[in-house]
Design a protein around this ligand. Structure first.
Ligand code: FAD
Length: 287
């Protein structure tokens, strides 16, 4: 059901400092508005209490991808299309490019931003699993300065993140030279495109003499937040990806996740798919 779009105020700050000052003065009043692909849906559905928005879309400080020898930093307004076109990201962070390619339609990819995806904090979002396995860090800025936080641990519950109302995400930093030789990403939805995830799985690993010497696993849509399956990771470390190991890993994963029944799927289906994707990932390690 479409409702009417309520009256709202959208202002364009002159620069980042101006945006942060306004947010510091009235922290719960101003809602940052980036690409608007999440916000417009909520606004139109009458589900957004805010009526005052700060358009950050044109702030140059929040655009661009910066590469240094140790890191790649994607500023918050980096769109999915920009991620998909970036050659170094395709080479070094293929799971992020894959997530970008699987997000919505081309129109959504042209407008939706990585910062917006993180701040919206949906447990069904597609880029967080990739960001988690790459050990992303976030730069949060406010009128009082800037702080870096690990993305792992940024979530405290359903749609709850460790960001204050006077803060903006400025950038997302990914450490380079991670040495992963195995990378796996699968989004399972109702259809191949334009679907919200029923389960999303990202995995990376390093192998030595057939054994797993480093492994990271992250899943979306199977808990109140996107999560790192740290117990499953620990269990797999040092093991060979053989069927007996996989069975233990699947049982460990079942204890770590908390899928629910909702309009998109059932808890039972999500658990089965999560375990099947773990099996696909482990088989890819053996190959
Ligand atoms: C048709 C359609 C299909 C979609 N498909 C997918 C999909 O397949 N997978 C998926 O993950 N998502 C999907 N989305 C959701 C959406 O496109 C993404 O979450 C997108 O990344 C949001 O970015 P945005 O810039 O549009 O955010 P906005 O709508 O502008 O903002 C979203 C939230 O983030 C806050 N915010 C934005 N930028 C910042 C910042 N820099 N600092 C602090 N807070 C900020 C806003 O205040 C708001 O609360 C879809 C949306 C639509 C409409």
């Amino acid at each position: 059901m479409r409702s009417y779009v309520p009256a709202y105020e959208l202002q364009e700050p002159r620069n980042l400092a101006d945006a942060l000052e306004r947010m510091a003065r009235e922290p719960s009043e101003w809602k940052p508005f980036a690409g608007g692909t999440d916000l417009m849906v909520l606004l139109e559905a009458g589900k957004l209490p805010h009526r005052k928005f700060l358009s950050i879309w044109k702030l140059p400080e929040l655009h661009g991808i910066v590469v240094t020898p140790a890191h790649v930093t994607l500023n918050a307004l980096t769109t999915y299309s920009e991620i998909r076109r970036h050659e170094l990201l395709a080479r070094e962070f293929p799971l992020l490019c894959r997530a970008a390619a699987e997000t919505g339609s081309i129109a959504t990819q042209n407008r939706g931003t990585l910062g917006g995806n993180i701040a919206n904090a949906s447990p069904a979002a597609d880029s967080p699993p990739a960001l988690l396995v790459y050990d992303a860090e976030l730069e949060l800025v406010s009128a009082n300065g800037s702080r870096w936080v690990a993305y792992h641990g940024f979530w405290s519950g359903y749609k709850k993140i460790a960001m204050r109302e006077d803060e903006l995400i400025r950038g997302i930093r990914l450490p380079r030279n991670n040495g992963f030789s195995k990378e796996f990403y699968r989004k399972v939805g109702t259809r191949r495109a334009q679907a919200i995830s029923k389960v999303c799985f990202a995995g990376t690993a390093r192998m030595n003499a057939g054994r797993i010497v480093d492994v990271r696993i992250s899943l979306g849509s199977v808990a109140p937040t996107v999560l790192r399956a740290t117990e499953t990771e620990k269990m797999l470390l040092g093991e060979k990806p053989v069927p007996a190991t996989l069975q233990v890993a699947q049982r460990t994963l079942a204890r770590e996740i908390a899928p629910i029944d909702d309009i998109r799927s059932t808890a039972r289906y999500r658990l089965r798919v999560a375990q099947n994707l773990l099996a696909e990932f482990c088989e890819s390690l053996a190959g």
